[in-house]
Design a protein around this ligand. Structure first.
Ligand code: ADP
Length: 589
């Protein structure tokens, strides 16, 4: 039995804590101030505070996590995904402290975590690759020369990026300088490193990836493949396994390339090798993620391999449990449940989850980081749960997923669910991989689905309405009523809602909404709580209604704010300010 500290939060921490319990390990959670009452904290055997409320002070603080590991007497550290999971310094520090690191070696993370060196490695083993500049860019001029040579479009990407951030597609030469600045800034803010590189941008590709496990001695086995083409902002929304419609030849090429890349560095642990597949059959290597992926469960339920248990086996020296790629059983689909409003460009909508009814039934797995009454925290990712559904074949899995998604009821925050349901019902998705069907691709949601979704009801964004809903009986009939949270608070009844995150609620909006209520038509208010990254218009300049005037960073994504009216632009907030939803950041006079 080992004591494993989980250096993460949310659904993935819960997933790993469950695996610890199942395999006889003691689990230790860590938590930021606002997560003191979170589900992962409640489920772990023990929990230690990471004082602070920003990612940097808590789940990204190597010192704070190692101090917690020491206090807990931990033997091992599991990093989950995101945060420090692909940080080689953290892996090295964990091992230097005498603890087992549940993941690949620091050297492997450095070599593969850097997309530039990973591309070089892919080239060496003969994996499929699109043209690109395989070194960090120094300035926008280099990008312009590459574009002139390779042709547009191109994509500028953070060498140390992840989660679709720090990535800019360029269609016109005139956009290069702005895209380069923006990619560099996002890269610095999100990953603490500014290096970017450029490669040819493939139009309308599918995203296919291969799950691998390696024993650290050179043996690497592909566990299965996934299709993650349903994306918004280059971030996955729906994933499935196995990838539909691949020929045996394509599947072999992808699996063997993934194994070869990882074998080259004696990969230890679970990892994912990502590729793009263009409509004409062209394949290109994208990157290796040296950690567990968000979408690992679809491979688990189709391969029968518990990937977290496999990570434990490998880390504790018991080797791989599988000899060769297993034949997939049936088909699985995962819906990410993010607190975002698809009707408003996937704007993050952090807030309190008033109602959460999870679905059930055959083949349904619900991996959640929250329960009803918990808060989706604005300081962290908008993903708060995942719905994974398994069926005997793809059609059955889709039908089951639709049933389960309709059963899922979330109130209090907007979610991506209406968009996911629209995707599941669209023949571009249902026919994916079938000959003669123009299936979905990585830009399909934004370019084709969203414009059609406009007429749909839009979920109410949490910060905007802040409604408190309750079900009451009137004349023997059950009725749901919603009252503004502010009104209930004024009546002295909202404060005692029983959840421990009162401080967070304060953060969420009352001050901001108060400001918004008295706002005038020319006020430019923050649509999300976040930090003001930049003004795109000088103080005193003339703007038209709908002009983009400011950039906010919320939940690690950039959101552009538009002018509500035409007139003279006046900056109110200062760049770098933390702003609440509804807070006035500028004015149009
Ligand atoms: P991240 O590490 O942020 O996930 P990736 O390099 O894996 O970044 O890319 C994420 C997504 O961005 C891909 O799934 C794809 O949709 C898009 N993308 C990245 N590179 C390209 C490219 N060269 N051509 C077309 N799309 C790309």
């Amino acid at each position: 039995m080992s004591t494993i500290l989980i250096a993460n939060r949310g659904e993935i921490a819960v997933r790993i804590i469950r695996a610890c319990a199942e395999h006889g390990h003691r689990s230790v959670a860590v938590y930021a101030d606002q997560d003191a009452d979170a589900l992962h904290v409640r489920l772990a055997d023990e929990a230690f505070a990471l004082p602070g409320s920003t990612a940097a002070d808590t789940y990204l603080s190597i010192d704070a996590i190692l101090a917690a590991a020491k206090s807990a007497g931990a033997d091992a550290v599991h990093p989950g995904y995101g945060f420090l999971s692909e940080n080689a310094d953290f892996a090295a520090a964990v091992e230097a402290a005498g603890l087992t690191w549940i993941g690949p070696s620091a050297e492997t993370i450095t070599a593969l975590g850097d997309k530039v060196t990973a591309r070089q490695l892919a080239q060496k083993v003969g994996a499929p690759l699109a043209p690109g500049i395989d070194r960090p860019l120094e300035n926008a001029d280099e990008v312009e020369s590459f574009a002139a040579e390779a042709g547009l479009p191109i994509i500028i990407k953070a060498a140390h990026g992840g989660g679709g951030r720090g990535m800019k597609i360029v269609h016109e030469l005139s956009e290069v300088a702005g895209a380069f600045d923006s990619a560099t800034r996002e890269a610095t803010e999100a990953f603490g490193r500014s290096e970017c590189f450029v490669e040819k941008y493939l139009e309308r590709p599918r995203h296919i990836e291969v799950q691998i496990v390696g024993d650290g001695q050179g043996r690497v086995v592909a566990v299965g493949d996934r299709d993650c083409s349903a994306q918004r902002r280059n971030q996955k929304l729906i994933e499935e396994a196995p990838a539909p419609g691949l020929s045996e030849e394509q599947r072999e090429r992808l699996h063997r390339s993934a194994e070869a890349i990882c074998a080259e560095v004696n990969y230890r642990g679970a990892g994912t090798v990502e590729f793009l597949l263009a409509a004409d059959g062209t394949m290109t290597f994208l990157e290796v993620n040296t950690r567990l992926q968000v979408e690992h469960p679809v491979t688990e339920v189709t391969s029968g391999v518990d990937l977290v248990a496999e990570q434990f086996r490998i880390a504790f020296g018991q080797g791989l449990s599988l000899e060769a790629t297993p034949e997939p059983r049936g088909h699985a689909i995962e819906l990410r449940i993010n607190a975002e409003d698809p009707g408003r460009g996937f704007l993050p909508t952090p807030g309190r989850i008033d109602v959460l009814d999870a679905p059930g039934g055959p083949g349904v797995r619900w991996d959640s980081g929250v329960r009803a009454g918990d808060t989706v925290q604005p300081a962290f990712d908008s993903l708060f749960a995942k719905l994974i559904v398994h069926g005997p074949d793809r059609d059955a899995a889709i039908a089951r997923t639709i049933t389960a998604a309709k059963e899922l009821n979330v109130e209090g925050v907007a979610t991506v669910l209406p968009c996911s349901l629209a995707i599941l019902g669209d023949e571009a998705f249902t026919g994916l991989g079938t000959e003669g069907v123009a299936g979905i691709h990585t830009q399909w949601i934004e370019s084709e689905l969203l414009p059609r979704l406009d007429a749909q009801d839009r979920p109410v964004p949490a910060g905007e309405a802040e409604m408190q809903r309750m079900t009451i009986e009137i004349d023997g009939k059950l009725t749901t009523i919603g009252l503004p949270a502010g009104l209930l608070a004024a009546l002295g009844s909202a404060g005692g809602s029983g959840q421990g995150n009162a401080g967070q609620d304060g953060d969420g909006s009352s001050a901001g909404n108060g400001g918004a209520a008295s706002a005038s038509a020319g006020d430019v208010s923050a649509p999300v709580p976040g930090s003001l990254v930049d003004f795109l218009v000088e103080d005193g300049a003339q703007v038209a209604a709908g002009d983009e005037v400011a950039v906010l960073s919320a939940m690690k994504m950039e959101t552009r704010v538009e002018a509500p009216a035409a007139g003279t632009f006046r900056q109110v907030a200062a760049i770098g300010d933390a702003v609440n939803v509804g807070e006035t950041i500028a004015r149009v006079e």
